[in-house]
Write a protein that binds this ligand. Sequence first.
Ligand code: ZN
Ligand code: ZN
Ligand code: ZN
Length: 173
Amino acid sequence: MPALSPVGRERQTRQRDALMQALRDSARALTPAELCALGQRSVPTLNLSTVYRQLAALLEAGEVLKVDLPGQSARYEAACVRSRHADARGSHDHHHHHFHCTACSRVFPIHACPGTMDDLAPPGFRVARHDLTLHGLCVDCAPGADAHDAVPADESRPASDPAAHACGGSQRC
Ligand SMILES: [Zn+2]
Ligand SMILES: [Zn+2]
Ligand SMILES: [Zn+2]
């Protein structure tokens, strides 16, 4: 990277901070366009090419993860804080799963895993990894979400509860 003037470096830091803030505040996997719009709230001069450039650096630094869901354009999310993933037994391979809302197209992380699913593979096969995406309606889009008896949004929204990190944290997810 070419040497930057102090002003240039400060601008880059502000851009990066704005993007990380947007990712953390939204607690979702965001497209670059979504990220740009949110980041512009604190850094109005942000544009899409800046977002792509910052994302490349953040990916390399391991602060951001790319989320590739089948049939979806690439999204990005803040890497999980490792300590959040520690469970009582430790040592599980934590990884992310996602919930894709088919109505609003938003993608929410799910910090839990049904397990290795070894039983699903034919006898003698060894499962090394799996991907799992849930599709449906998020709490904002599900009919009657605001009606009586509805679960409060905070409780049913998977992204908002850090305690929902149920998996072990031996690896960055
Ligand atoms: Zn939705
Ligand atoms: Zn996680
Ligand atoms: Zn899993």
